[in-house]
Design a binder for this molecule. Sequence first.
Ligand code: CTP
Ligand code: MG
Length: 232
Amino acid sequence: MTPPRYFALIPAAGIGARMEADCPKQYVPLAGKPMLRHVLDTFAASQTITHTFAVVGAEDGYIGGILAAAPHLAGRMTVLHNGGATRHQSVLNGLHAMREQVDDGDWVLVHDAARPGLTAALIDKLVQSLCDDAVGGLLAMPIVDTLKRGGTDHRVQATVPRDGLWAAQTPQMFRYGLLRRALEHSAQVTDEAGAIEALGLQPKLVEGSPRNFKVTLPHDVALAELYLKGIE
Ligand code: CTP
Ligand code: MG
């Protein structure tokens, strides 16, 4: 039996409505490169990753510029122009399109284009933590703040115990066959782990990093640039 390989799948077909930028947020420039380029460069440079697939929208007019500016990515990645209406659908479309090139037992690391702070060291930490795992898992951060449930008028209804609570990050890493089956059979889920959980399985939580936060709002740009400039 050949050892399993590790593939990356990057959903990058959103519009980034909350970012309110002039272009989809995955193409917003950060520290001199579009957000998605940071992610693609990280996976392309990883010795662990066999190949990367990026899912963009059918009408995407920006990805060509990234590829033209980064010839080193050629051969290390494939662009799939089959993004869907939701992140769930984009990931599932990507899994279907890559089926010829992967085996059911290969691992797929699904990573948001909107998390440009991922590093090769975090990829390797995730892979080393899960490579012998029966289920798979995800990077996540233990919650440190006291949690309040807000009601009408922003009045506190309750303090929610934070014991055992984690904030999910990506990559989320599962074997291709299991992940595809889970996403095909789950109703709308916001992450891959949710689909695996719906099968009654328990993904493993692997501690991530603050720098791997999801760039979502306009004020996130400055923080992302601090992290990205810090390692150059
Ligand atoms: N994504 C996708 N296809 C969609 C929606 C989202 O591939 N139909 C991707 C985004 O491009 C992003 C990741 O899923 O890399 C996480 O989604 P999110 O941060 O919510 O990005 P957007 O949906 O683009 O942003 P917003 O929700 O503010 O519109
Ligand atoms: Mg979204």
